[in-house]
Write a protein that binds this ligand. Structure first.
Ligand code: ZN
Length: 321
């Protein structure tokens, strides 16, 4: 990747750090009534992040780390987040569709399950897990989807009959529409989107400040898919998180600059990993979507996302470069 592109992206991230709002001004204004109440989380101090796992996918290493340790079995967690901003809640991704617990091969198809076989229980569906926080889908103020792949957007049917805005980059919506039109089961499952016309889908074109105060910012990280986006979070304890989603499957992808096994554009996927590496080196915690070791060490909701213990290990790896 060129230095020019790197610089431009770093500047973009600097702008995120300063809390610059989206030019699209698609953010909603925090509810004035809610502001008067005594809140468990002060939006001015950031948000609380709750991590969830929605089963695992049985896969092989080369599908996660391109051309690496080919044929080695790898069980990866499927993850999503719920964020609390004052009295408002939002989701980042949704995990798999509930059908993965009932008929995985029938629902995802033989080709897909041959590479990624979901092992999921009924109680791991998005709307069921939300109960751990006393929530239901209609109580959320927003959903940001990183992209339309089956293990991230699989449970958008949980929002049928609600007005909850579901934010996707416009390019990702275009890709989803093409996938629906093809009727083929790929990493985009047409059946996941059969409720799409009944949902309040909002297209984004670039950076989006979800709450309008710089605490949660969606930003494009194309590479894995053309319209992929990640989420920058200013946590209540002053920590900075990047929820990378599939722009960084595992920390190994980032540390060794190994592209994901599945990529729309390999050089751009590596570019995103490079940005995450820089952010990590400057104190932001970067969160991989499918890293078994990383997630094994994490407590899940109703516990809060807590700092990982891998930091020193990563910095040692950088020092060796
Ligand atoms: Zn994906």
């Amino acid at each position: 990747m060129s230095n020019e592109i790197s610089r431009r992206n770093i500047l973009r991230f600097a702008a995120i750090g300063a809390g610059v709002a989206s030019a699209g001004a698609l953010g909603f204004v925090p509810n004035a009534q809610a502001k008067k109440k005594k809140s468990a989380t002060d939006p001015a101090k950031g948000v609380k992040a709750y991590p969830f796992v929605c089963g695992i996918l049985k896969t092989q290493t080369q599908y996660m780390l391109k051309d690496t340790r080919i044929g080695t079995p790898m069980n990866i967690p499927v993850t999503f987040f719920i964020l609390r901003h004052g009295d408002e809640w939002m989701a980042f991704d949704t995990g798999n569709n509930a059908m993965c617990a009932k008929d995985p091969v029938g629902y995802w198809g033989e080709a897909v399950t041959g590479a990624y076989y979901p092992v999921m229980q009924d109680y791991e569906e998005f709307k069921v897990q939300l109960k751990k926080l006393g929530l239901s889908p209609q109580k959320l103020k927003a959903v940001v989807l990183s992209h339309g792949h089956l293990d991230h957007a699989g449970a958008i049917d949980n929002f049928k009959g609600t007005d909850v805005p579901i934010y996707l980059q416009a390019k990702e919506i275009e890709t989803i529409k093409n996938a629906i039109a093809s009727g083929k089961k790929t990493a985009y499952i047409p059946d996941d989107f059969k409720v799409m016309s009944e949902l309040n889908v909002k297209p984004l074109n670039g950076i989006f400040d979800v709450f309008g105060d710089g605490t949660v910012i969606a930003f494009p990280t194309p590479g894995h898919t053309e319209g992929h986006q990640s989420l920058a979070v200013r946590a209540y304890d002053g920590k900075r998180l990047i929820l990378c989603a599939d722009a960084m499957y595992t920390l190994e992808n980032m540390i060794d600059a190994i592209p994901p096994g599945l990529a729309w554009d390999v050089p751009r996927a590596v570019e995103a990993l490079t940005i995450f590496k820089v952010l990590s080196m400057t104190g932001t915690e970067v969160v991989p979507s499918h890293d078994p070791e990383f997630w094994k060490a994490k407590k899940l909701a109703p516990d809060l996302f807590a700092k990982a213990n891998y930091k020193d290990e990563i910095l040692t790896a950088y020092a060796a470069v």
